[in-house]
Design a protein around this ligand. Sequence first.
Ligand SMILES: CC(C)(COP(=O)(O)OP(=O)(O)OC[C@H]1O[C@@H](n2cnc3c(N)ncnc32)[C@H](O)[C@@H]1OP(=O)(O)O)[C@@H](O)C(=O)NCCC(=O)NCCS
Length: 242
Amino acid sequence: MSTWVPSRSAPVPRSAEAHVWRLALDQPESESVQQLELLSDDERDRAARLRFEQHRRRFILARAGLRKILGLYLERPARELAFLYGHHGKPRLAPPFSTTGLEFNLSHAQDIALVAVTREAPIGVDIENLDRKVEMEGIARRFYAPEEFAAIQAAPESDRRQAFFNCWTRKEAYLKARGDGITVNLESFAVSVENTDTPSLLRCEINSPEEWSMRSLHPHDHYVAALAIASPACRLQLLQLD
Ligand SMILES: CC(C)(COP(=O)(O)OP(=O)(O)OC[C@H]1O[C@@H](n2cnc3c(N)ncnc32)[C@H](O)[C@@H]1OP(=O)(O)O)[C@@H](O)C(=O)NCCC(=O)NCCS
């Protein structure tokens, strides 16, 4: 597993540099009740609509964590930040912070959340639990690009689950960087599926794959995660809130 450095301050994000923060969401409900005060009215409404305590707790802690992290970069209290949402729901900073060039994305799976931050480049992150029950072959055959499906099927059976989720998280991170969600045909672009810290966008339909960088992230045993950034180069810093 990689080393995630505890920090109470945000490093200055330089261009072609991404910071990924790991958040633990397995905290007691009392903690999430306390963190609720950092959220905006619409975020609290959203939390209140979540029926299961576990989902509510995770949503609150992830949003509060996102706010605290962005607050460190902007040197503002977490409560003061506001978000606007793209057509497909991607959050971005609202004025007066929208002109700071700070870009971010959030992903959560079970009790871990990741917040990716950079400057002046669309960024996306995705984390999945490797043990998640999915019908892998059917999904890969139906939704992945033909070359991705072929590469997964060619992997030894013991590596196939990892290859499937490598593909999933890399595709999702790229879509989340674009802000498009599942409106995009998943066959219209392809990623590498093998185990590597520097995966690639192999093919895409809107611009050239060389304009993008991808990274594999290792947040915890049994989790797979990926980062995509619209930048030909990307240095990575791994952090966690102290
Ligand atoms: C939001 C979406 C983009 C990702 O959802 P997900 O994987 O279930 O959830 P994640 O935890 O990774 O990401 C959710 C977070 O991304 C952010 N987000 C929401 N919409 C987004 C969008 N269109 N683009 C980028 N980020 C988005 C939000 O911060 C959200 O968390 P929050 O609302 O709790 O703050 C979802 O709409 C989607 O398209 N899922 C596709 C799932 C799929 O079928 N993938 C196939 C394999 S590639």
